[in-house]
Design a protein around this ligand. Structure first.
Ligand code: ATP
Ligand code: MG
Length: 377
């Protein structure tokens, strides 16, 4: 077991890395962050920010020499970098797990190999396959790049083979998947923590609302029957076991109108839909990431209060800095800002979480604050 004040390394310095830094440093660990961005949100709170590329041999060498273990904050760290660390120190989650989650084609095949369902899809390597896929699937569909998509970027809704071809060109004719658009009753996610020796702790299922492909709100507990929650949780646990996963894993699931549970994708790290755990669970998903990285068992995932988390996107900054005092005056609201220098439309700048005696009260407070923040000053 790795104990404080060991140095932990994080590859990637966005908001997820930042919240990892906060959790680790609170517990007495030291944190080094690798991220080329001089304004990295995590770099600002790290003990040391190595401002270098993810394949910079000098920076990697220094990090491997000093860090007791390394984790990742996003999927697109080069595989060779992960292998470089893994040859000497623990890398959690494993490079193999990250490689599967990084690529929609491998991910979907892996999910099916476990006997679990996804939305109907076809792999698209060239334009000819696209025509065949449009015939095989019921349109509208969603064409998604196999790699490097996030927050709804790298995907297009297509209603005809013509639109599909135009979208494929717009995506640079890179490997894609064409998915059938599912009629959703709701979207849910399961966040879990799995230790190196296979102990699993699952958080209650969250219910997510996306706007324009970007997460807007998560409410916990989800408004679903216990049977559905159990089934969803079982699916996520099964995936984690099949990966022999170590770390925090988030599984996004579609609950279709016909009752089916279809796995959308998995994130091999803490997830936006788990941010409420910072304020409403006994152990946050970031503390779990620290614990599992260090070979410790998961902490309790017990929910302390119903919660509603709302993302703060850059759009809110259009008229200048939002009037935070309006939010901060509420006793049961918690503000989290990521320290990003520039606000852009659609960019995740922060989030707030509302707690309450019950989910209705938390949701009501969230709506009140949302209106207060968008009202003119
Ligand atoms: P993120 O990384 O933020 O999770 P992403 O870019 O990886 O997003 P997806 O999770 O694939 O994108 O899709 C974003 C959202 O688009 C989903 O949460 C859902 O609301 C909608 N969506 C995606 N695929 C489908 C589908 N097959 N049927 C219905 N809705 C879908
Ligand atoms: Mg998603």
């Amino acid at each position: 077991m790795i104990t404080p004040e060991a140095i932990l390394g994080v590859l990637g310095g966005g908001q997820l890395g930042r919240m990892f830094c906060l959790a680790a440093r609170r517990m007495g660990y030291r944190v080094w962050v690798l991220d080329p961005d001089p304004h990295s949100p995590a770099g600002a709170l790290a003990d040391r920010h190595l401002q270098a590329r993810y394949d910079d041999t000098e920076a990697l060498g220094e990090m491997r020499a000093h860090c007791a273990a390394v984790t990742t904050e996003f999927e697109n760290i080069p595989a060779a970098t992960l292998e470089y660390f893994a040859s000497r120190i623990p890398v959690r989650p494993s490079p193999q797990s990250v490689a599967i989650a990084r690529d929609r084609i491998r991910e979907k095949r892996f999910i099916h190999a476990q006997g679990l369902a996804t939305a109907p899809f076809r792999v698209i390597a060239d334009a000819a396959e696209l025509d065949a896929a449009c015939t095989a699937l019921r349109l509208p569909g969603i064409l998604k790049t196999a790699q490097l998509g996030y927050d709804g970027k790298g995907q297009y809704v297509v209603h005809s083979p013509q639109e599909a071809r135009a979208a494929f060109r717009a995506l640079g004719e890179k490997p894609c998947v064409l998915e059938q658009r599912v009629e959703l009753a709701r979207e849910i996610s399961v966040v879990l923590a799995r230790s190196v020796d296979g102990q699993v702790a699952t958080y209650p299922v969250g219910q997510n609302v996306h706007i324009d492909g970007i997460l807007d709100t998560t409410r916990v507990p989800a408004n679903i029957p216990a049977e559905v929650a159990d089934r969803a949780t079982g699916m996520a646990v099964k995936l984690a076991a099949a990966l022999d996963y170590c770390g925090v894993l988030a599984v996004e699931i579609f609950h279709a109108t016909d009752g089916a549970l279809l796995i959308n994708e998995m994130a091999p790290r803490p997830h936006n839909s788990g941010h409420y755990t910072l304020d409403a669970a006994l152990t946050s998903q970031f503390e779990q990431q620290v614990r599992l990285l260090c070979g410790l068992p998961p902490g309790s995932t017990r929910l302390l209060s119903p919660a509603v988390m709302v993302n703060l996107l850059g759009d809110l900054w259009e008229q200048g800095t939002p009037a935070w005092e309006r939010l901060l005056c509420h006793a049961e609201a918690k503000l989290h800002l990521y320290g990003k220098q520039r606000a852009r439309a659609g960019r995740k700048m922060g989030h707030f979480t509302c707690l309450g005696e019950d989910i209705t009260a938390a949701a009501r407070l969230a709506e009140t604050i949302r209106h207060e923040l968008s009202a003119p000053t």
